[in-house]
Design a protein around this ligand. Structure first.
Ligand SMILES: Nc1ncnc2c1ncn2[C@@H]1O[C@H](COP(=O)(O)OP(=O)(O)OP(=O)(O)O)[C@@H](O)[C@H]1O
Ligand SMILES: [Mg+2]
Length: 256
């Protein structure tokens, strides 16, 4: 399936949520974390998800990435409906088609940077595509640090290793939940620049949750959530335009 992008390019949908709802608990303690969310994530596009704390950002990402179950609606990764998969098939899809970057880098301390990058593929018994791996490593600019352990790398370098690990298997889509949340602004900028390059140069699809308007400005589009619903969308965001939107929502929140 294809849609037309504001930039005029026609791109396939890498992931789609349709009328997606997620309800926690029952009765009085019930929390509607997602309320009939419909959203597309197009191929080779960098999307940021923003919204107040508790608005459902992590829930949306976890449901679309097959890490969490949902109450109703549907989720597609490429042409595959997640709801139709058995546990084993879902695990395989996550392993083969999806890359993750977490706030804590989750690198194994006893392995070198290179071993960390290829670990998921080693576990899956897959051989990395050497040419692709070389490209990824060149792009993260860590070619001379590959034999270092995580403790010998800066926070920004460790997160770049985590991004390379997510990219190494050429997943259809990469999800990051505040991937720069633990980094200082300079290291954060390195990682965000790298993520953006992976979209521009390698055609990677990236979806990132962030609280930071500066981080969101690296994306091609920002989707705003409030109370489990999508309330706005901005293309070609700048830090200022994102900040303006955030202020509007804050204002609405106070008056309602
Ligand atoms: N396991 C759970 N049980 C009950 N409620 C939950 C659970 N996980 C999340 N929630 C609720 O669902 C809503 C959405 O949570 P979610 O973690 O998606 O928010 P978020 O937008 O990622 O917030 P933050 O910016 O603080 O990370 C919140 O009201 C939260 O309290
Ligand atoms: Mg969250």
């Amino acid at each position: 399936m294809t849609t037309t992008h504001p930039a005029g390019t026609s791109t396939a949908v890498a992931a789609r949520a349709t009328e997606l709802s997620k309800v926690y608990g029952q009765g009085e303690t019930q929390v509607v974390a997602l309320d009939r969310v419909t959203v597309d994530f197009r191929g080779a596009e960098f999307t940021a998800i923003m919204g107040p704390s508790g608005s459902g950002k992590s829930t949306l990402m976890h449901c679309v990435a097959g890490l969490d179950t949902f109450s109703s609606g549907s989720v597609r990764i490429g042409d595959t409906e997640l709801g139709s998969l058995k546990d084993k098939q879902l695990t395989k899809l996550r392993r083969d088609k999806i890359g993750f970057i977490f706030q804590a880098f989750n690198l194994l301390p006893t392995l070198s940077a290179l071993e960390n990058i290829t670990l998921p593929m080693d576990i899956a018994g897959r051989k990395p595509d050497k040419e692709w791996l070389d490209r990824v490593i060149k792009m993260i600019g860590l070619a001379d640090r590959l034999s270092h352990r995580p403790s010998q790398l800066s926070g920004g370098q460790q997160q770049r290793v985590a991004v390379a690990r997510a990219l190494a298997s050429r997943p259809d889509i990469i999800f990051g939940d505040e991937p720069t949340g633990n980094l200082d602004s300079r290291s954060g900028a390195e990682v965000l620049g790298f993520l953006r390059n992976s979209v521009r140069e390698l055609g990677q699809t990236v979806v990132m949750v962030t609280h930071d308007p500066v981080a969101a400005a690296y994306a091609d589009r920002v989707v705003f959530l409030a109370d489990g619903r999508i309330v706005d969308e901005v293309y070609e965001p700048t830090a200022d335009s994102v900040l303006d939107r955030m202020k509007q929502f804050d204002g609405k929140g106070r008056t309602s």
